[in-house]
Design a protein. Structure first.
Length: 152
């Protein structure tokens, strides 16, 4: 019995650590990508920020994997847009933020085609797109994010 509880605790801790990565943990996992960046880019990545001209790998170091990706095609060509979202209640309370809420993720009996975590069925939830990172030819050409409260 004690062994079973220990295994469940270990599995839960592994999942939590994987879901809560930081820029430093992503840098530690891919030091070669970080070393290829300029000193100015490295400083931004360490603080969880991105800049124009960043590669997709550099954005992943700074922000992690996108929550979903869209493609936009117009007269100037095609761009890829990475979205980083939170689920919020109508009162602005964050119900969930992160990569593992996406449809198709199945762990511990939730997710995938059969079900969703609690916040996806929350009656007044909405998806809040915190960041949109736009790539053309694999480089960041546009960044859209929420302005800090009180900003003009």
């Amino acid at each position: 019995m004690k062994y079973t509880n220990f295994c469940l605790l270990g599995a839960a801790a592994t999942f939590w650590l994987a879901a809560c990565t930081t820029p430093q943990s992503r840098i530690d996992a891919q030091p070669q990508v970080f070393a290829s960046l300029t000193p100015a880019q490295q400083a931004l990545v360490k603080s969880g920020q991105v800049g124009l001209g960043f590669s997709m790998d550099a954005v992943k170091l700074a922000l992690g994997d996108p929550d979903h990706v869209t493609l936009r095609t117009d007269a100037s060509g095609q761009v890829q847009i990475w979205h980083y979202v939170t689920y919020e209640s109508s009162g602005g309370v964050i119900l969930y933020a992160g990569y593992y809420h996406r449809r198709g993720f199945a762990w511990g009996g939730w997710g995938g085609e059969e079900g969703y975590p609690y916040y996806l069925d929350y009656p007044d939830r909405h998806v809040h797109d915190r960041f949109q990172i736009v790539f053309r030819a694999g480089k960041v050409v546009s960044i859209e994010q929420d302005a800090p409260l009180g900003a003009p």
